[in-house]
Unconditional design. Sequence first.
Length: 280
Amino acid sequence: MNRPQLHQFIQNALAEDVGDGDHTSLATIPASTQGRARLIIKEAGILAGMQLAAEIFAVVDDTLKVDMLAKDGDQVEPGNIVLTVSGSTHSILIAERLVLNCMQRMSGIATKTRKMQGLIGTHRAKLLDTRKTTPGLRLLEKWAVRIGGGVNHRIGLYDMILIKDNHVDYAGGIANALQAARNYLKDKNKQLQIEIEVRNLQELDQAIDAGGADRIMLDNFSFADLREAVRKIGGRFTTEASGGITEENIADYAACGVDYISVGALTHSVKSLDMSLKAY
């Protein structure tokens, strides 16, 4: 957990929500009022965001007392109480929506990830996320993928070279793109992995012949072509399948023998898990 980055997110989110004050609470509840609340699960799934919730409560008011009754990665069911918080009611109400928004989103991602990883079964493939994240929430969404049992791909544009179709086309071909990437890393004295996306078996041959990649992304391949690609690569490069992968077909992709399967839907179109924070 990158605590400075996390705290910056929390501060920005609170500034967006609170502005110059929670005027509803200020108008209706005496400032000295003390209270307690509990976070209740309303839908089955995988819990995520508990550590984040503790950080949010602490940033809002470090005198709040938070009792964690579950942990990230737990299977939860409707009616489960996963945490209680007590202290200033004004502080609880300020933290409430941010805690819920984050935990609902993260738990939805963790639930989806756990399900899709389970569908891979005993095959060797590991489930990857992508950069198809909500702007400003990537830290949380990729954290949720890890909680759900998935693996983070690159975090951003800075921690890996991923040569995709547009890069190949602009660079004048696969060999040109790979050579330019190798030259760049040498010139800049950077140690980054190189991955290249190929769209068909012909481009795969070009990537194999050019060499220099650590991983080859096999994008939108048919099952027959994917099996042939894995055979051709023969373990010389790490393999990743991508494109159009769903709960219905992920097991078939995994059966083709790839090392990784990347699924943008883990973060770009997931349903949040229902939960609420209620006074008691």
